[in-house]
Design a protein around this ligand. Sequence first.
Ligand SMILES: NC(=O)c1ccc[n+]([C@@H]2O[C@H](COP(=O)([O-])OP(=O)(O)OC[C@H]3O[C@@H](n4cnc5c(N)ncnc54)[C@H](OP(=O)(O)O)[C@@H]3O)[C@@H](O)[C@H]2O)c1
Length: 347
Amino acid sequence: MIQPTRQINLALLGFGHVNRAFARLLLSHRAWLNREFGLEWRITGIATRSHGFALDPAGLPLSKILRRRNPGSLEPHHNGPACASSADFIRLCGADVLFEASVLELDGEPAATYIREALFAGLHVVTTNKGPVATRFRELTKLARRRGVRFLYEGTVMDGAPVFNLVRHSLPGTRIRSLRGIINSTTNHILTQMEQGATFESALTYTQERGIAEADPRLDLAGWDAAIKLSILIQALMGGNTPPSDIRREGISEETGRLVRSAVRRDRRLRLVARAYRQGSRVIGKVEPEELDVSDPLASIRGLSNILVINTDTMGELAIVENNPSVQQTAFALFSDLVTLLRRPQA
Ligand SMILES: NC(=O)c1ccc[n+]([C@@H]2O[C@H](COP(=O)([O-])OP(=O)(O)OC[C@H]3O[C@@H](n4cnc5c(N)ncnc54)[C@H](OP(=O)(O)O)[C@@H]3O)[C@@H](O)[C@H]2O)c1
């Protein structure tokens, strides 16, 4: 059967590691999207903080923009109305879907404001940015429902590995009793490299060079990144209302190397563990280094890999493991959320 063609306009807010990898994925899956959904897409806007904006209602020359080694200014590609701010950009980009991948800030701003404006204007929003999701979860999910659009955030925890999609689509009527996992790649890489004698500094540099560490790596090291992800898991999967600031949090530092080596000598492993459990009507969250028995599934998670173990009332214990992710897997989260909203444009 020949499908009718659907034209969809997409806008990218942020054009760093994630949205650039997503743009490449869109290009390599153009034929697949057309075959599956009869979809023709174009990018009508790209916004950055220091490289300017580009708008073109007819579609920007994405391959050409991506070919430039040095991102430089986007202005030469601009072919639309004057745009002086990200707020202007959202109003003028003419998109059906906004892909928000700007930098993580603990208070969720200014991304939360951009997302709110986009949802309010009737755009679907897909984000990999944990800040606005953790700090404004209820407000933004309610607003999306009221406006009849989707607000999707698969890439905020374990990149494109199905966490929210798994529970949403494949675990109907399930209550999650508790969960625990290793959900920060940077600290896990540092801890497991230190087990083998590497220095804290060299292991951190590796994650920065691969675009895995946050722009401000202190957010990873102090446990904030894991606490923010845990807060999203609690709010989205357990119905709890635990903001990142209410999560008990202890990070890692150069000094942790001594504890790592001491654990290995006793055939044990040190990991930065995030856990959530119910206590009466509340959900409690903690992120802290834990010494684990080698037989614990979390102890076998090495390098950049992540794991999430969920304890459910229907399926008992289920584990999701993501092996050595790169930015390609984060980009896939945006792609899979795009497919989710094509299949089901309303929550
Ligand atoms: N990298 C990963 O593997 C990964 C994995 C999961 C989640 N994430 C999340 O995904 C998001 C993007 O990560 P990334 O690695 O792509 O970051 P990145 O390489 O630092 O890129 C961030 C982009 O956002 C732009 N930007 C920052 N503030 C902005 C603002 N106020 N308005 C418009 N644009 C703004 C930057 O513009 P300039 O270039 O002009 O500064 C840049 O283009 C972050 O929230 C991160 O936590 C990343």
